[in-house]
Design a protein around this ligand. Structure first.
Ligand code: PLP
Length: 348
């Protein structure tokens, strides 16, 4: 950033704690084998995930392109021109891209404005079903709104879908959710042949740069995806680091604790500065700004950038009056909050 000595990136929901030291040590383990093709099914990583979550490893597919690559593989496998794909109007952008890339039609449904934030509307999603619907994408928690559907709402959504409609539950932020009535999609994907759950090591595990994702689905869906994925779609490095990261529970809980401490602090402080902030269940908050005048989201974005803090403008997500802020280190959180306070106090 021109003119800024140090930039703080709070725009991509990365972990302020970074990866586990044990995951970093596993990188070295892979070193001597870099000239050799990796085992193609990521067997050891799938076994470790299966053991940890109590899942059948044969129904897990690992990805060396993050969970993003899995969302695209699912769309490539199941969508044909003319098919319809339902998702919320503030959904993760990959859903629209993967839909359009396959000549299918995005059916974008309104979301509900509640006291705690903007939420996916199960009834609106079910009302959008037509004979052409082939897939429903949703992130739970959703990015960029940070809100969640509970177990009952997810069950109601699924119960309303015909068997041939694939429900893709993107649980990229599942690790952050503490609510008792939250189900990341493991139980649903285990039970229903038309449910897929995707997960990632990019967020709480602090490994966004290494691009490790995985999914859980029925044998039939896994068979299809295994046929079209690359034969060596996860490197040995990704497999070993993923296993080490999963096993380091100390680092996991440190990251949970950090988020549990700073998410409410950020939310409260930014509200105190006079801005509306939705209740988030993930590692980021959605901050709403006035639509007109001097305190708009683009003006705040420019002010923060001039002062070395990068948030995420979310106009592309249908939220031109909002910015998304990732929970950062203590220093970053305090800096971003104090800049927002200064921005709100400024007058020309
Ligand atoms: C909702 C959601 N799904 C998926 C992803 C992609 O994650 P990955 O790094 O595993 O590709 C992201 C990343 O920002 C996300 O916010």
């Amino acid at each position: 950033m021109p003119g800024v000595a140090r930039a703080h990136k709070l725009s991509a929901n990365e972990s302020p704690l970074g990866p586990s030291p044990k995951a970093l040590a596993a990188l070295d383990e892979a070193r001597p084998s870099l000239s050799v093709y990796p085992e193609g099914s990521a067997r050891l990583l799938r076994q470790a995930i299966g053991e940890f979550f109590g899942l059948d490893p044969a129904r897990i597919i690992a990805s060396g392109g993050g969970s993003d690559a899995l969302l695209h593989l699912l769309a490539n496998a199941y969508l044909r021109p003319g098919d319809e794909v339902i998702f919320g109007c503030h959904a993760f952008l990959a859903y629209k891209i993967a839909t359009l890339a396959n000549g299918a039609r995005p059916v974008i449904v309104p979301e509900k404005h509640t006291n705690s934030g903007i939420k996916l509307d199960v009834d609106a999603m079910l009302a959008a079903l037509t004979p052409k619907t082939r897939m429903v994408f949703l992130a739970n928690p959703n990015n960029p709104t940070g809100t969640c559907l509970n177990r009952e709402e997810m069950a109601r959504l699924h119960a309303g879908l015909p068997d041939h409609v694939l429900l893709v539950i993107d649980a990229a932020y599942a690790e952050y959710v503490g609510a008792k009535d939250y189900e990341a999609g493991l139980e649903m994907a285990a039970r229903f042949p038309n449910v897929v759950m995707t997960r990632t090591f990019s967020k709480l595990y602090g490994l966004a740069g290494l691009r490790i994702g995985w999914m859980y689905a029925s044998e039939a869906v896994c068979d299809v995806i295994n046929r079209i994925r690359g034969p060596f779609n996860t490197s040995l490095m990704q497999q070993l680091v993923g296993i080490a990261a999963l096993k380091d529970r100390e680092h996991f809980w440190a990251a949970v604790k950090h988020n549990d401490q700073w998410l409410p602090w950020i939310t409260g402080e930014i509200r105190n500065a006079g801005l509306k902030v939705d209740d988030s269940t993930a590692n980021f908050v959605l901050i709403h700004f006035p639509a007109e005048g001097e305190k708009t989201a683009p003006a705040a974005d420019a002010f923060l950038c001039q002062n070395g803090v990068i948030l995420r403008a979310v106009a592309d997500y249908g939220l031109p009056c909002a910015l998304r802020m990732t929970v950062g280190t203590e220093e970053q959180n305090r800096l971003a909050v104090s800049l927002l306070r200064r921005f709100m106090a400024l007058s020309r």
